[in-house]
Design a protein around this ligand. Structure first.
Ligand SMILES: NC(=O)C1=CN([C@@H]2O[C@H](COP(=O)(O)OP(=O)(O)OC[C@H]3O[C@@H](n4cnc5c(N)ncnc54)[C@H](OP(=O)(O)O)[C@@H]3O)[C@@H](O)[C@H]2O)C=CC1
Ligand SMILES: CC(=O)[C@](C)(O)C(=O)O
Ligand SMILES: [Mg+2]
Ligand SMILES: [Mg+2]
Length: 490
């Protein structure tokens, strides 16, 4: 198997990367009809498998789980997830031959072996679906000609796929049909119905390609979504302790701070997040973020370059072949960091205080969102996709840190995202070492100690204009507008 993307001529690569169309609500008028009465068999019952399955069942679809024999015999967590929720569980041999749609929701590392095992058991003309295109795009998996291959990729962790659905909403979702495998021309209808079943159509669906999904998903998760939040957590915590701030306070400010400041992003983008600061603090955060962007830009470019060239997937696959030695080592190292080991103190921090005392965190989020967006769009990813993979998803990942710090974030995201997060973190911490030397508790931990909030008019206008005219804000306000409209009709 070869890297599929790398086998395509440049023109085709560019065309695939640029595939992205925001779908109109009217395109989902048929609801889940295309899947009604069909048998959907999910393989794996983890972060995505369980939560997507619960949503699909609540949408009136027929869902059961095929697990590997060890998982059933040993009554593993996946078996518990499925049985405790009242789903039928069976072996591949029992369930796959009956399936009209097989949802492969196992970790990316397992896809080649899982797909090779289940493919011979699948009935003629059935559909195989993925929630991430790694296996097809980076590994070049070839699927039997009679099978339809689709992707329905929620742009968020599995826990949020369920939480949003229960709230009566959904999460933005990217759908795609693998052009090499659409023998009956029904891929799009199936993917649309599946997206409706998970609630995705209530938040926004992008019709994209396997390639655009992979190259943007990997970039978002490695940089702003997970990598930047991990690096920011570790650096901000150590700095506060060094500055004499109570470790319990520092731990709490970070654990809940990302969630609080990025909540402001969700409502009104980077502009609103910075508007939550006083004018002098806003100018400070802006300046810090400009400095951070200059320092980190080469790192964002490197991540995108390595993702595009296949270097990233090649090195991660080497680690897969080496029993995940690096992934497991880096995971254990994360557990030993000071931030992770220091429990949040029993102190009250008001919502506004997270902003006032977390100026550097705000600056890091702004720098990461803008850089990720700029880098993705420069690489040919369409703005809507880049928005979902940078600004939109950051609060959803921040929620996981609020639950149980970096442990929870890394457990909830895919192993692929976790691996990329550590790669970024290892490069970013030393890259920011000099910058961090100049940081004091006025921007992280204590807040600016000013006698008055006066600022220079011209400078304030300059900063506000720069904030509001960034391209992520333009596409963001349009997409958030759609989401608000959709929320009103549900
Ligand atoms: N995590 C996330 O939030 C997101 C994930 N995705 C994508 O969704 C897919 C699933 O990822 P995720 O939900 O994180 O996966 P998980 O790591 O949560 O695991 C999924 C399940 O796969 C089972 N499994 C593991 N190895 C095998 C194997 N060899 N054969 C059969 N079953 C196996 C596990 O059960 P057991 O070991 O008991 O058999 C587990 O229940 C990936 O393609 C990922 O990229 C997309 C968006 C977000
Ligand atoms: C949560 C999500 O969308 C990720 C980060 O892409 C993943 O877990 O792979
Ligand atoms: Mg993702
Ligand atoms: Mg991912």
């Amino acid at each position: 198997m070869a890297n599929y993307f790398n086998t395509l001529p440049l023109r085709e690569q560019l065309a695939q990367l640029a595939q992205c169309r925001f779908m109109h609500t009217a395109e989902f008028a048929d609801g889940v009809e295309a899947l009604k009465g069909k048998k959907m068999v999910v393989i794996g019952c983890g972060a995505q498998g369980l939560n997507q399955g619960l949503n699909l069942r609540d949408s009136g679809l027929d869902v059961s789980y095929a697990l590997r024999p060890e998982a059933i015999e040993q009554k593993r967590q996946s078996w518990k997830n499925a049985t405790e929720n009242g789903f039928v569980v069976g072996t591949y041999e029992e369930l796959i031959p009956t399936a009209d749609v097989v949802l492969n929701l196992t970790p990316d590392k397992q896809h080649t072996s899982v797909v090779n095992t289940v493919m011979p058991l699948m009935k003629e003309g059935a559909c195989l679906s993925y929630s991430h295109g790694f296996n097809i795009v980076e590994e070049g998996m070839k699927i039997r000609d009679d099978l339809t291959v689709i992707m329905v990729a929620p742009k968020c962790p599995g826990s949020e796929v369920r939480a949003e659905y229960v709230r009566g909403f959904g999460v933005p979702t990217l759908i795609a049909v693998h052009e090499d495998n659409d023998p009956k021309g029904e891929g799009l209808a199936l993917a649309k119905a599946y997206a409706v079943g998970t609630g995705g159509h209530k938040a926004g669906v992008l019709m994209s390609s396997f390639i655009a999904e992979v190259k943007s998903d990997l970039m978002g998760e490695q940089t702003i979504l997970c990598g930047m939040l991990q690096t920011g957590s570790l650096l901000c915590f150590d700095k506060m302790v060094e500055e004499g701030i109570d470790p319990g306070y520092a731990s709490k400010l970070i654990q809940y701070g990302w969630e609080t400041v990025t909540e402001a992003l969700k409502y009104g983008g980077v502009t609103n997040m910075l508007d939550r600061l006083s004018n002098p603090a806003k100018i400070k955060a802006f300046d810090l973020s400009e400095e951070l962007k200059d320092i980190m830009r080469p790192l964002y470019n490197k991540h995108q370059d390595d993702i595009m060239s296949g270097h990233f997937s090649k090195t991660m696959m080497e680690d897969w072949a080496n029993d995940d030695a690096n992934l497991l080592k880096w995971r254990a190292e994360t557990a030993e960091t000071n931030f992770e080991k220091t429990p949040a103190g029993d102190v009250e921090i008001s919502e506004q205080e997270f902003f006032d005392n977390g100026i550097l965190m705000v600056a890091m989020v702004k720098a990461g969102v803008e850089l990720a967006f700029e880098t993705m769009t420069a690489a040919g990813i369409i703005a809507e996709s880049a928005y979902y993979e940078s600004l939109h998803e950051t609060p959803l990942i921040a929620n996981t840190i609020a639950r149980k710090k970096l442990y929870e974030m890394n457990a909830t995201i895919s192993d692929t995202a976790e691996y990329g997060c550590y790669l970024y973190n290892h490069a970013c911490v030393p890259l920011l070492a000099d910058f961090m030397k100049g940081i004091k508790s006025d921007v992280i931990g204590k807040g600016l100690s000013l006698d008055d909030n006066g600022v220079d008019n011209a400078r304030l206008i300059e900063v506000n204009t720069a904030l509001r005219s960034h391209p992520v804000e333009a596409v963001g306000s349009v997409l958030r507008g759609y989401m608000a409209d959709m929320k009103k009709i549900v």
